[in-house]
Design a protein around this ligand. Structure first.
Ligand SMILES: O=C[C@H](O)COP(=O)(O)O
Length: 257
């Protein structure tokens, strides 16, 4: 981690978990145990329908509320979709884009990810752009090519002054929800490569300012080691973000780095 140049961000991705009342309960639990002085930004990305409840519940907890998806059009006949302006209007700060579950189950592609990133930035949101390889791709030895393609596609047309608003999350698909974490070396290697890719596109100054997270079975037991890697500036946490105590332990691990 390098606090001098960029933000450390610990973000929970609740996926399709917790009702509005469970959100309120979680916020109360979190408030009781979250340290007041934090060196990192803490974000909780909740299901879209629970955003208003989360905004209210996390108001005095100094936790930003994030969304898990956004559509790229501004408005119109797109049944079931939510626009970037709608999220912004609710007070949302971050939005996850291109999570592998969206790519796998909902047909998201590098092309739609890019359109969503542009729409999110235009609305003043911070996109958390997810990239990552499958086990087959890793075994074929094409991880870096794939990551470069995903990063370059996601950032296509993003002007230099807006890139530092983007967060890039490296989430190896084989480590998501499997309990199988990438080793700190594997995670660090790809996170450094992501920064190098941004450097080739935008130069060293901007590359230094972009937050790169790791996600994939991050938990209290492995967070400190992962977060101590120089190019890992935070985590995107699924399962372990659902329990306030585990989530806070990860925030504490980030605070110690
Ligand atoms: O967005 C979060 C990732 O999918 C990681 O999920 P996980 O921590 O449950 O493996």
């Amino acid at each position: 981690m390098n606090r001098r140049y960029r933000k450390t961000i610990i973000a929970g991705n609740w996926k399709m978990n917790k009702t509005a009342s469970e959100t309120k309960k979680f916020a109360e639990e979190l408030k009781a145990i979250l340290p007041k002085a934090k060196w990192c930004d803490v974000v909780v990305c909740v299901p879209a329908v629970n955003i208003p409840a989360a905004m209210k519940a996390f108001k005095d907890v100094r936790v930003s509320v994030g969304a898990q998806n956004v559509f790229y059009e501004k408005s119109g006949a797109y049944t079931g979709e939510v626009s970037a302006d709608m999220l912004k209007d609710l007070g949302v700060k971050y939005v996850i884009i291109g999570h592998s579950e969206r790519r796998q189950y909902f047909g998201e592609t590098d092309f739609t990810v890019n359109k969503k990133v542009l729409a999110a930035l235009e609305a003043g949101l911070h996109p958390i752009i997810c990239v990552g390889e499958s086990l087959e791709q890793r075994e074929l030895g094409i991880t870096m090519e794939l990551i470069a393609l995903q990063v370059k596609s996601a950032l296509a047309g993003v002007p230099a002054e807006k890139v530092r608003k983007c967060v890039i999350a490296y989430e190896p698909i084989w480590a998501i929800g499997t309990g199988k974490t990438a080793t700190a070396e594997q995670a660090a290697e790809v996170c450094t490569f992501i920064r190098t890719t941004v450097r080739h596109l935008y130069g060293a100054r901007i590359a230094r300012s972009v937050t790169v997270q790791y996600g994939g079975s991050m938990k209290p037991a492995n967070a400190a080691e992962l977060l101590s890697q120089p190019d890992i500036d935070g985590g995107l946490i699924g399962g372990a973000s659902l329990k306030a105590a585990d989530f806070v332990e990860i925030v504490n691990a980030a605070n110690q780095e």
